[in-house]
Design a protein around this ligand. Structure first.
Ligand code: FPP
Length: 258
């Protein structure tokens, strides 16, 4: 029996959503993976990119619609200069080497995070990845780069305040939907499940608003060891959760017809 069918069966018998539409990944543990082997941190990040490729392939295979990956946080700039340079270099190479394969696999690339202060060559690279794949209809790969959820929410608040100041919006019209519409993720559904590797159990300024009803799966493995089996294991754990969205019972649409 295919893994997808096993997941669907587990979900069906429990009355919970089968496969998640949107999976978000906090790819943590590259440094520890390298340290455990006496290797430089860069080697951990390099192997982390290989794990990212496996994650994208698994997501395509498992017919996930959205995969968001936390590739570089707004706070990561404060790492040592050489490490920042190596992460930027890996992003550059990932887009240069993998864009053609992503495109051939009908993957649409989207980027979230602040773009204003980025070096032009990085900003152009991100724009190119989005433009080349704009019309694709398969997996949407959302790359969170220079991303910080608090910064994203603050920017949304600024945009709404500006609209109020210009008389285009009244304060009473500011509700959760109005805020969601100003986020980088405005047209992306909220994540169903956020998976974090390395055993750490925190969000680290990732998708704070969007995670309101997300399920969390914390895996004890380090990111460079992530593979399809780890993804399937995480999704199986998700499939056993009952999502109630604040209600007493699971919503009708998430239950099996009975
Ligand atoms: C956390 O590991 C991971 C990151 C800071 C970056 C994630 C980046 C990749 C998987 C590779 C780069 C991919 C792209 C597309 C740029 P850590 O260094 O915090 O590990 P540690 O907590 O063990 O030190």
């Amino acid at each position: 029996m295919a893994e997808g069918e096993i997941l669907d069966m587990a979900a069906t018998s429990l009355g919970v959503p089968a496969a998640p539409r949107h999976v978000a990944l906090i790819m943590d543990g590259n440094g520890r993976w390298a340290a455990a082997r006496g290797l430089p941190r860069f080697e951990g990040h390099r192997r982390g990119v290989e794990a990212l490729r496996r994650a994208v392939r698994a997501a395509i295979d498992l017919e996930i619609s959205y995969l968001t990956v936390y590739s570089f946080s707004a706070e990561n700039w404060s790492r040592p200069r050489e490490e920042v340079q190596s992460l930027l270099g890996l992003l550059h190479r990932f887009i240069r080497n993998d864009l053609a394969e992503l495109h051939a696999n009908n993957v649409r690339v989207r980027v979230i995070g602040a773009r204003d202060d980025l070096a032009p060559e990085i900003a152009d690279l991100l724009k190119e990845a989005e433009q080349v794949t704009e019309a694709n209809t398969g997996l949407t790969l959302v790359v969170a780069f220079n991303y910080g959820a608090r910064q994203e929410i603050a920017a949304a608040a600024r945009a709404l305040a500006q609209m109020v100041a210009e008389g285009r919006l009244s304060p009473q019209e500011i509700d959760a939907d109005a805020i969601s519409a100003q986020l980088d993720t405005a047209d992306i559904p909220d994540p169903d499940v956020i998976i974090r590797t390395s055993g750490e159990q925190r969000l680290s300024n990732f998708l704070l608003w969007q995670a309101a009803y997300a399920e969390f799966v914390f895996l004890p493995i380090l990111w460079p060891d992530f593979d399809r089996a780890a993804m399937v294991a995480a999704l199986e754990e998700y499939a056993h959760r009952e999502r109630r969205f604040g209600r007493v019972e699971a919503p009708r649409s998430a239950k099996t017809a009975s």
